[in-house]
Design a protein around this ligand. Structure first.
Ligand SMILES: *Cc1c(COP(=O)(O)O)cnc(C)c1O
Ligand SMILES: [Zn+2]
Length: 422
């Protein structure tokens, strides 16, 4: 069954066949949505066919993806996704919420959400016989592409700003990618990567440029759906069938706007199949110093005005978001909103999540910082069920983490010194 039928431009609506185009709309540079044959999928599958698969990875959702799973034994690429959801009971109490969960994307093979996109893009690269895959990255997208590529023996090249956190650069190098550090911003690296891929015929994974990244990222929405079906059913058992409760609200941090667009696409796919009656409310969180999508949302426009980005959360530090329009719509069409947080609030959120046993990098903690603000301002009420995505592992940026805590004392190795300290 060929379920991948083509692309539709998110700006002008023009449709293209799968072989006609590789990246964005030639008319207006709009981001392309992958179009699937929903009728064929619906005729062939029931939700139970998909949910009964034993492997906890994004490949459980293969019937809803526009690529085939790469053949061979299980590798990190085959194990991307399938991340856990757990309750944050004490933090929920602190915020006055009755039901708060966290989906921990730091458990992905290279420790960030980006593995979802890179696994699917590498699968696509194998299908089209691409010799080299390249991406611009603030670090995580590159680490994910390098890791997923290494897993299946695909050549990869990563352009990152020279300011990228050291641990992320180490990951790139360890995975054996060709790493090129650009003396400039992420946006400079982004534009250079597109020029270089055109010049040398490389397959470009750039976020908000390659339509397959959102297809990988939408698998998080599928997993949220899978989890929520159960959580919701348990809830009804407890409170009775007729409970009319508010929809699930999902908090996610936003840089280029591709994760939030991918989540929205995943929920829309399920809705179109008739498998998800009510699409969750999506709340995007941006850093004060990198808030161009939020600015557009609150200015009630789809025109994204670039900023000169400055934030400790390197993964969401973007001058010109490459998936801004769809990112604005993800909040607007689901009844969500955008919340901005300061670097201080992000740093505090790192410590608060840490106190619950979750170690998040700044961009991951930003989503929780956004929830703190939203709970205080009434954007979410105490009865709203809330899911926060932690998109990246704290070990990726230890320097930022150390700003969230006091330094540990150093003592002489004597009991006397311990007593004195206590
Ligand atoms: C990339 C990234 C984001 C933001 O995703 P966008 O698609 O750029 O909006 C958030 N958190 C982490 C850890 C990331 O790596
Ligand atoms: Zn177009």
């Amino acid at each position: 069954m060929n379920k991948f039928v083509g692309y539709r431009c998110s700006l002008c609506g023009t449709e293209y066949s799968p072989t006609e185009i590789t990246y964005t709309c030639p008319k207006d540079d709009g981001n392309l949505d992958v179009v699937l044959d929903y009728d064929a999928i619906k005729n062939k599958y029931e939700p139970e066919d998909i949910l009964s698969r034993a492997d906890a990875s994004l490949w459980s959702f293969l019937p809803l993806l526009p690529v085939a799973e790469p053949e061979g034994e299980a590798t990190p690429l085959h194990l991307a996704g399938g991340t856990p959801v757990f309750k944050l009971t004490r933090l929920a109490e602190k915020l006055g919420l009755q039901n708060l969960w966290l989906k921990d994307e730091s458990r992905n093979p290279t420790a960030s959400f980006k593995d979802r996109a890179s696994a699917v893009v590498v699968a696509r690269a194998r299908e089209i016989g691409a010799e080299v895959v390249v991406t611009a990255s603030t670090g995580n997208a590159g680490a994910a592409l390098a890791g997923m590529s290494a897993a299946v023996g695909q050549k990869s090249i990563i352009f990152a700003p020279r300011s990228a956190p050291q641990a992320k650069v180490a990951q790139l190098l360890i995975f054996g990618a060709k790493v090129i550090l650009v003396d400039g911003t992420y946006d400079d690296a982004f534009d250079l990567t597109i020029q270089a891929s055109n010049e040398f015929g490389w397959y470009c994974r750039n976020t908000g440029y390659n339509p397959f990244t959102a297809e990988g990222k939408k698998t998080a929405a599928f997993e949220i759906w899978e989890w929520w079906r159960d959580a919701h059913a348990r809830w009804h058992d407890e409170f009775g069938e007729d409970l009319d409760h508010p929809p699930l609200t999902v908090f996610v941090s936003v840089g280029d706007g591709n994760i939030i667009s991918g989540l929205h696409k995943g929920f829309k796919d399920l809705h179109q199949l008739g498998w998800l009656p009510r699409i969750p409310r999506i709340v995007g969180v941006q850093a004060d110093g990198s808030a161009s999508i939020s600015n557009a949302f609150h200015g009630n426009t789809e025109t994204i005005t670039p900023v000169s980005a400055r934030t400790i959360a390197d993964s969401i530090s973007v001058d010109l978001p490459r998936d801004g329009v769809r990112a604005v719509r993800a909040a607007k069409e689901t009844g969500g909103t955008y919340v901005n947080v300061s670097d201080e609030e992000i740093i505090r959120a790192i410590a608060e999540l840490g106190g619950a046993g979750v170690f998040a990098e700044p961009a991951g903690a930003a989503a929780y910082a956004g929830l703190v603000k939203a709970a205080a301002s009434g954007v979410v009420g105490s009865e709203d069920p809330v899911l926060v995505l932690n998109t990246g592992n704290g070990l990726k940026d230890v320097r930022a983490a150390m700003q969230a805590v006091a330094e540990a004392p150093i003592i002489e190795p004597t009991l006397e010194a311990v007593k004195k300290l206590l």
